[in-house]
Design a protein around this ligand. Structure first.
Ligand code: C2E
Ligand code: MG
Ligand code: MG
Length: 314
């Protein structure tokens, strides 16, 4: 909830509503389920956001969006076993803008649908590009927003995209956050079953930060749990985080799910995850997310017998 009070915060209805909206935005950013009172400094942030939103509308025609890929490594062998597509916005006067600064803005409107479509198309295009040099590129995972899942005829649209590019759904994986899954679990189960029947692999992203019920976990046709980076961050120094990570890995394996740890930055974290039996890792320890060309080079190198991080996985 956002609160603006007459006459302190504005002396007319239009400004009062706008300011309440700015406070609402802050409350949402703070994680929701709370309220914020409007304050003067929210105004400049609100103006900034409006500017960014109108620029984002034009980003599509101006060709300013980019996709970077972060490889996912199989912990036991060090092989690249897939990659996650992460969107960036190359804004001329600002440089690369990261998703935290524009996905929430896009999610306030239908821009997120346009963005989601763009990402799907670009992933398929990149996949075709890799297929020119590689028989079977590894699976690519995409992040999905709640609004995308909720849109009318989402399945048909996806099928159309796959057909247009000649890419099989079995080449892709969808990442859905725990919160998105639980939003309308009954409807989501049906949709996910349909996506799963198409051949898509499904992953729960940021696992551990939301409220999944174990019975729901069983119902969803999920193949992978991705442990949120907030648990991975201190896994090597904080006993409680280590215990949570261990519990997620054991529970996931019991349910026949694969486990990915994201945000791996140090060898200590890697070592601990290895000891706990984690299946896959992703993170800055292996470099920054990269362009489609750079990922292709890595995959070609791997196909030729090279192993980029041999020492880390030895
Ligand atoms: P996510 O899906 O949980 O993605 C992981 C984020 O962690 C990425 O941030 C990634 O760059 C970052 N990361 C990876 N390794 C490390 C590490 O070792 N240390 C740290 N500190 N961070 C690491 P990014 O790219 O800024 O993306 C943030 C979020 O934006 C993503 O979280 C995802 O929820 C959302 N997002 C990204 N691309 C898309 C997209 O195409 N569509 C939608 N709907 N959301 C997206
Ligand atoms: Mg993700
Ligand atoms: Mg995540």
């Amino acid at each position: 909830m956002g609160v603006a009070i007459y006459p302190r915060d504005a002396d007319n209805v239009i400004d009062l509503l706008r300011n309440a909206d700015a406070a609402l935005y802050q409350a949402k950013r703070a994680g929701g389920n709370c309220y914020e009172r409007y304050s003067e400094d929210m105004k400049s942030a609100a103006v900034d956001r409006l500017m960014l939103k109108s620029k984002l509308r034009r980003a599509f025609e101006r060709n300013e969006l980019r996709l970077h890929y972060q490889p996912k490594y199989h912990l036991a062998t060090g092989r690249i076993a897939g990659a996650e597509a992460l969107v960036r916005w190359d804004l001329p006067e600002r440089g690369l803008v990261f998703p935290a600064d524009f996905i929430p803005i896009a999610e306030e409107s239908n821009l997120i649908l346009q963005l989601g479509d763009w990402v799907f198309n670009q992933v398929c295009e990149d996949y075709r590009y890799w297929q020119q040099s590689l028989a079977a590129p590894e699976k690519v995972s995409l992040n999905l927003s709640l609004k995308q899942l909720q849109q009318h005829r989402f399945l048909e649209k996806l099928q159309g995209t796959f057909r247009a590019h000649g890419v099989s759904p079995t080449c892709l994986e969808l990442e859905i956050t725990e919160t998105t899954l639980m939003d309308d679990a009954e409807r989501t189960v049906r949709l996910l079953n349909a996506l799963y029947s198409m051949g898509l692999h499904l992953t729960i992203d940021d696992f551990g930060t939301g409220y999944s019920s174990l019975s729901a976990l069983q119902q969803f046709p999920i193949g992978t749990l991705k442990i949120d980076q907030s648990f991975v961050r201190d896994v090597a120094i904080d006993k409680e985080d280590a215990a949570i990570v261990k519990a997620i890995i054991q529970m996931g394996h019991t349910l026949s799910l694969e486990i990915v740890a994201e945000g791996v930055e140090s060898e200590q974290q890697l070592e601990l995850l290895r000891r706990q039996g984690c299946d896959y890792v992703q993170g800055h320890l292996f470099g920054d997310p990269m362009t489609a060309e750079e990922l292709l080079q890595l995959l070609l190198d791997q196909a030729g017998g090279g192993a980029q991080h041999r020492q880390l996985f030895a």
